[in-house]
Design a protein around this ligand. Structure first.
Ligand SMILES: [Zn+2]
Length: 270
């Protein structure tokens, strides 16, 4: 081997060693991109190692489908194979951003049942709280599943559960329990679009005041790429934003909420 190529190989090895690793925990198939898509793209552009871990991607068979779940499927305009379709949307978004990803295949709140087989969240309109008692066993299993995936990463990004969605709360609480075992830094991200809702202003402020605020700048190009990545989650856009144009407006409003001249996201360092 020529001396020059040996030096380059050594340089690559050192660069790889210096590269940080990042894992974004996404409760559902869209949360990480909605909340941090531009920052994820920013890290990918810096050649950092980035992975998105989506927790609730599992799908029960039709016989045990709750009424609440059927209502949700109808709202998304999707039938029984909804999760297959949503996983494909996610694959397209991840491919577009250029990061690694994994689906943990746990059931989201509308599909979760207690030990007696009863639906834990039987009402589609009442999922913005956490059923501590009924969720104990599910929480323990999900906690373990998340733990195995995130333990080795230098930086772990977790939803702060703004909006109190049961699944976001479960992920947030699960990581809080295991955080002392993590080797890397822990950051909370603000759950978008919930963090832009009028009803969530106090919760956002409480969160920001409680932790160390880190404003992470991204480029306009990375913001545009976030918008393109969100468009891949076609089944969710109308439900979350009414239409694509209002999605773009709210995404931009959030990106310029923290500093005037450059788009950014707000992270909270624990
Ligand atoms: Zn979500």
């Amino acid at each position: 081997m020529k001396k020059e190529s040996k030096v380059i190989l050594q340089y690559d090895y050192i660069a790889h060693k210096l590269m940080s690793s990042h894992i974004f925990i996404s409760p559902h198939l869209d949360d990480a991109v909605l909340s941090c898509g531009d920052y994820i793209k920013h890290l990918v552009n810096k050649k950092e190692a980035v992975k998105v871990l989506t927790v609730f991607t599992g799908y029960p068979n039709a016989e045990i489908m709750t009424e609440a779940a059927k209502k949700f499927h109808k709202l998304c305009g999707l039938a029984e194979d909804m999760y297959k379709y949503r996983c494909e949307e996610d694959c397209a978004a991840m491919k577009y951003i250029g990061c690694e990803y994994k689906h943990l295949n746990f059931y989201e709140c509308l599909y979760r049942i207690d030990k007696d087989g009863r639906s834990i969240y039987p009402d589609f309109d009442n999922i913005f709280h956490f059923e501590y008692e009924l969720e104990q066993e599910n929480s323990a299993v999900i906690q373990e599943g998340i733990m195995q995936e995130i333990i080795k990463f230098d930086n772990v990004y977790v939803p702060s559960a703004i909006g109190n969605h049961a699944d976001h709360l479960l992920v947030n609480l699960a990581v809080n329990v295991i955080m002392h075992k993590l080797k890397g830094k822990l950051f909370y991200y603000l759950d978008f679009p919930y963090c832009m809702f009028e009803r969530c202003i106090d919760q956002v402020n409480d969160c920001i005041n409680k932790y160390q605020k880190r404003i992470m700048s991204v480029t306009e190009q990375e913001l545009e790429e976030k918008i393109e990545a969100i468009k891949k989650y076609d089944s969710q856009i109308n439900m979350l934003f009414e239409n694509q144009q209002s999605m773009i407006e709210v995404v931009k409003k959030y990106a310029y909420k923290f500093q005037l001249l450059e788009p950014a996201i707000c992270l909270l360092e624990v």
